[in-house]
Design a binder for this molecule. Sequence first.
Ligand code: SF4
Length: 255
Amino acid sequence: MPRGAPSSSTADLTTGQRVVAGLSKVALVFRHAQWEASGRRGLTPTQSQILAIVAGSRVPDRLGVKAVAEQMAVTMGTASEAVGALVSKGLLRKEADEADGRAVILRLTPRGVREASVASEWSEVIVDAVEAMPEAERATLLRGLIGMVRTMEGRGLVPTARMCVGCRFFSPNEHPGRSKPHHCLFIEAPIGDADLRIDCGEMEPAGEQERSRLWDVFVNGRPLDRQCPGDAGRAHPGAGVSKSRQTVSSSTKGA
Ligand code: SF4
């Protein structure tokens, strides 16, 4: 074998397998940073994530242990145990749901609010590595990740994501050839691949048929005709959004 040539075992790997090998290395760093940062504050990564989920909930008055377990894709037992530990630590409290006396909702204590605000700090190490990439590569990576999340979401492997590609306000490839080819009808502004959201607070799911059409247009690069499939008289489902929504809310600026 010539010097410097890859070993046969490495050369035989498919592109998909090499991508997984790369993701495994990123996951290793991710887990390490997560344990280190959480451990410094006397929390497990699961407990940190629960604080972040409760803090970022769109429906804070309805979030119970079951919803937390679903969002984290863990069992009820795991979520209950972590919630119990957070209650003992004085970071979370359980309250009776006013709408349903038998249900329990989770609320952050003032200390819990402070801890939640730093609960995502551990991810900075990964953010730094991504920021070191050229912008075009970051955008390509984001597109690829969106595709992966969408596939896993469809197979029930991850909780439902609030992504542009499934949002009724998303108009992919509305401005072909421009640096920001897509359009968000919520903020009424063009957006590029680098602006795509994975967890947008303003996302409203498009209908099932519309979602698959949005994806097709997003991937294949054809502009939308702003008509729903098979309905020539009906406007795009995102049309008619208030013109007053001119600024991106803080939650839309998120993931
Ligand atoms: S930024 Fe938010 S509101 Fe706009 S298209 Fe994406 S998910 Fe929808």
